[in-house]
Design a protein around this ligand. Sequence first.
Ligand SMILES: Cc1cc2nc3c(=O)[nH]c(=O)nc-3n(C[C@H](O)[C@H](O)[C@H](O)COP(=O)(O)O)c2cc1C
Length: 242
Amino acid sequence: MNIFSENKDFWGNAIDSRRSVRSYERTALSLETIKKIQDFVPTVKLPFSNEVKIVFFKTRENHSLANNLKKPPEDAVAFITDTSNFYNVTAVGFVGQLVLLYAQGLGVSNCWFGHYFLDEIEQLVPDIDNIKGANRPRFGYGKGKVDGVHAVCVSPLGYFKSDGIRAKDRITSSFISFKWKPLDDLLLNGIKEISLPDALRTAFNMARKAPSAANTQHWRYLIYSDNKTVEIRLTFDTCLKL
Ligand SMILES: Cc1cc2nc3c(=O)[nH]c(=O)nc-3n(C[C@H](O)[C@H](O)[C@H](O)COP(=O)(O)O)c2cc1C
């Protein structure tokens, strides 16, 4: 048993209803909701070691967190790790997405932001290394390998504001959200969805709906003939064997 099989409907609904939200009511989450999400964090176990730290923080009213997030909700979360280690950065994606899906299941909208305003995040989030010097980026923690402990991404946590939705949000939700590659395009070695056992087909069809920056879906699955071992290959330089 794992957290998914114990509550399939909860996770299935969270995955199917999820989309990145960039327009929010300025409403705080209840203490009960925040506590539920915080209590969920230590239950996430990955099949590889990692050092992901998750920090919940309050935003400042009318202070942008990112270009696409001029009016953040009151609550947000930062996914922090030592970014000199590529596996730590990768782990942020796995742990972070489970936490954000759990929030979604509780009705709390969210959106990954890698392109956050560094000035704002360094002020609000404790215990991250300040980036100094000529190469200091304006957005995110920088490109390539960056040493030190940084927020890889942040996410607002709040409730969707349907009126006054910004044009950018409208464009992003109509052109990008809910547009994923078909599973066949993500399977390596010529494996076709139709040949997979039901359980694998269901699992991969959920996995393919994971968010990615600009919905680029930079991952491919190599399923071994035992139908148990899977390599997740990134379309750049490395892979994870699970
Ligand atoms: C690691 C990561 C970083 C992202 N960074 C940003 C960002 O900086 N700004 C933004 O507007 N959206 C960002 N997104 C959200 C993606 O644009 C979004 O997931 C994608 O367009 C698919 O839409 P969906 O999440 O609604 O399915 C990011 C997503 C991921 C996974």
